[in-house]
Design a protein around this ligand. Structure first.
Ligand SMILES: NC(=O)c1ccc[n+]([C@@H]2O[C@H](COP(=O)([O-])OP(=O)(O)OC[C@H]3O[C@@H](n4cnc5c(N)ncnc54)[C@H](O)[C@@H]3O)[C@@H](O)[C@H]2O)c1
Length: 420
């Protein structure tokens, strides 16, 4: 039986685009049929990879293409709302990269445009979609270990040292750690904690002269039911989280030595960021090294960091290929990531969710309203830091009960056997 293929158009074929194109490669339900970017060289490289696809120098032209069913919006953050609304008005389904938008007004207009046009809008591409995090949610939901009592996610990354365009270094255009990295942690605590955050108290940090944007935040979140959570991200890369696990090293994207070299270049003003960034975009000299490594590399605390969920009778955290459950019988390692899902192929969850919703009519779990709730938390981090007070939230929504209903998680022997 032939499978209906969803015909996808990429809007913005940059680093994020290169990453998700790798995930789309080889999916029998997805066909990459078009791409739009402002840079002709990027379109040429895209065409080399996808010779059948049409290319456009503007998002609008792509949106007018009748052979596109859905778009993946990975243009710079300041265009997310404009491109999403344009696509919705042309009847396309949409996956929009994190952060969904720069303001709640933009996010509200995106939700409205999707609803008015009867198209699906999915707010995507955060680590909350990864299999270990979803497995953690299933274990929490099973109730076996009692109530969820606390969530903590901490990240130490080298985000601030990676090559950046000017807009990524401008908070007014959605640059900096709270906008760019906040959604990974916020989506994850919301997924694990049920979705409804009541309030935020946070502080941001901006202490690298050469990059004047927040490269740090600490936030305390309280959920409606009283559940406490902390999320922390330090993107300055002196220490990287990968060193915290025995199978990790001092390398995140860069080794400690490379990070030092980059800092010295930034201070001296000699860093060629444009060339560096282009080298990891499609067809670039380092793209394959970044996005096409399918070896069974273990998870290490990278952009989202390490998450620990504490329940009445267990702690859960990520392991090399799944979840560690620490309970009264010791430590169980649940291997939940199949071999065929290694590398960027693991990033297919959004595409699968969109496909199921468009083709089979299943509910979209991470819809525009979900994304707006996550954005509200990220904005509240910035606002709380500015005002130095707790910010109350108003746009939260719960995780749907039927979320991941079909996902089977191998439980620790004690759970499966019902012994307790
Ligand atoms: N989820 C993830 O893990 C992840 C990773 C990287 C980037 N991203 C997201 O992807 C988006 C882009 O970031 P990036 O790092 O890929 O930056 P980038 O600069 O590499 O990519 C942006 C691309 O959009 C193109 N572009 C700019 N204006 C455009 C317009 N008006 N119309 C069409 N194309 C346009 C640029 O030429 C460029 O190729 C951001 O929203 C970012 O948060 C997500």
């Amino acid at each position: 039986m032939s499978v209906r293929r969803l015909r996808i158009g990429m809007i913005g074929i940059g680093v994020g685009g290169a990453e998700i194109l790798r995930a789309m490669d080889g999916m029998e339900t997805i066909e990459v049929v078009a791409g739009a970017d402002l840079v002709p060289e990027t379109l040429r490289r895209f065409n080399e990879r996808f010779p059948e696809a049409r290319t456009y120098l503007s998002a609008e032209e792509l949106c007018r293409d009748d052979n596109v069913d859905a778009v993946w919006v990975s243009s710079p953050n300041r265009f997310h709302a404009e491109h999403t609304i344009m696509a919705a008005n042309h009847g396309k389904h949409i996956v929009v990269e994190k952060p969904m938008a720069i303001s709640l007004a933009e996010a509200g207009a995106m939700v409205e445009a999707a609803e008015k046009n009867g198209v699906k809008l999915l707010a995507g591409h955060t680590r909350a979609f990864t299999t270990p995090i979803r497995a953690m949610r299933k274990i929490i939901q099973s109730g076996y270990y009692g109530q969820l009592r606390a969530l903590n996610i901490w990240s130490y990354s080298d985000w601030m040292l990676r090559p950046r365009t000017a807009d990524e270094l401008d908070i007014n255009q959605g640059g900096g750690i709270p906008y760019r990295q906040g959604p990974h942690q916020v989506d994850t605590v919301r997924l694990l904690g049920g979705g409804l955050v009541r309030s935020i108290r946070a502080q941001t940090g901006d202490w690298m002269k050469e990059r004047s944007i927040p490269g740090y935040y600490s936030a305390f979140l309280e959920f409606e039911n009283g559940l406490p959570a902390t999320i922390v991200h330090n993107g300055y890369g002196y220490f990287v989280g990968a060193e915290l696990v025995p199978w990790g090293s001092d390398k995140h994207i860069y080794t400690a030595q490379q990070r030092g070299d980059i800092r010295r270049q930034l201070r001296a003003g000699t860093r060629d960021e444009t060339t560096d960034k282009q080298s990891i975009r499609i067809g670039g000299s380092r793209e394959k090294e970044y996005f096409y490594d399918e070896s069974k590399n273990p998870w290490v605390p990278e952009d989202m960091g390490f998450a620990i969920a504490s329940l009445d009778r267990a702690d859960l955290r990520q392991s090399q290929f799944g979840v560690f459950v620490h309970d009264d019988d010791g430590k169980h390692d649940l291997d939940v990531v199949p071999d065929h899902e290694m590398g960027m192929v693991q990033r297919r969850a959004e595409l699968e969710e969109l496909y199921a919703s468009v083709v089979h009519g299943t509910p979209l779990w991470h819809d525009g309203r979900w994304g707006m709730a996550t954005l509200e938390v990220c904005l509240a981090i910035i606002e709380s830091a500015k005002q130095r007070r707790e910010i109350m939230l108003q746009h939260q929504m719960p995780v749907r009960d039927d979320y991941d209903a079909d996902m089977a998680v191998p439980l620790p022997v004690t759970m499966a056997g019902g012994k307790h």
